[in-house]
Design a protein around this ligand. Structure first.
Ligand SMILES: [Ca+2]
Ligand SMILES: [Ca+2]
Length: 228
């Protein structure tokens, strides 16, 4: 339910605009031109010396900031770090967008009644409305038990998908791993319609989005920005 997700994100923080008004200090007229030029060169060198900035977007989230519930939410729902980065060259032939997340403790063997989803929620066109939910989840959908209505049919299992909020079908991917405390999903750029940049935040859930809010998000306020 994208509108609900958007509403909730806007409520807890400022997505992209409307923050503290920026204070622009006017440069003094006496500043020698050479100093300004040198400053520009220094900034340019700094930008050029940081190639990772265009391919990696990382948020470190506090440990212990899980939603308060009874019984308590286990620490493997607690986001510690979430990251989006690109690999490969510009040809798209070897290109991957890699979504990864680290949680506060290794994920144990889960029961069929447990629901765990690690989400990366994307706004690809800067309008503040979420366009995609990239996710890895543990879920069950059998006649006797369903922990998520859009889970692939079958007993409890891990699956990875991209929920394009403008279309109904869910494509499922096998290019993911769940190893200890780290979850990683690799996607070809065409899985996100070839988008080259997007705003995003991570969320962990113990129930479907239709049924309630996330138990942790990162960053806690606003969005991260990824460019490849
Ligand atoms: Ca956290
Ligand atoms: Ca958080």
């Amino acid at each position: 339910m994208p509108p609900r997700l958007l509403l909730w994100r806007v409520r807890i923080g400022d997505p992209i605009g409307e923050g503290e008004p920026h204070t622009v200090r006017q440069e003094e007229a006496e500043v020698p031109k050479v100093r300004v030029v040198l400053s520009c060169v220094a900034i340019l060198m700094l930008v050029m010396s940081s190639p990772a900035s265009s391919h990696s977007s990382v948020v470190n989230d506090p440990v212990g900031d899980l939603a308060t519930q009874t019984p308590a939410v286990p620490a493997f729902y607690d986001i510690v770090k979430a990251k989006v980065h690109a690999t490969g060259d510009e040809s798209d032939i070897h290109d991957w967008i890699v979504f990864s997340m680290t949680v506060a403790e290794p994920i144990p063997q889960l029961s069929s009644t447990t629901f765990l989803a690690l989400n990366w929620l994307l706004d690809t066109n800067e309008d503040g409305v979420l366009d995609y939910n990239v996710l890895v989840r543990w879920c069950t959908r059998t006649p006797a038990l369903t922990t998520h209505p859009r889970c692939q049919e079958g007993p409890a299992h891990w699956e990875a998908t991209v929920n394009d909020f403008s279309t109904r079908p869910l494509p499922f991917f096998t290019t993911f791993t769940v190893e200890g405390d780290t979850i990683t999903l690799r996607l070809r750029p065409d899985a996100l319609a070839g988008t080259r940049e997007f705003a995003w935040f991570a969320a962990s859930r113990n129930i479907a989005a239709q049924s309630g809010p996330a138990v942790d998000v990162g960053p806690d306020v606003g969005f991260m920005l990824f460019r490849r």
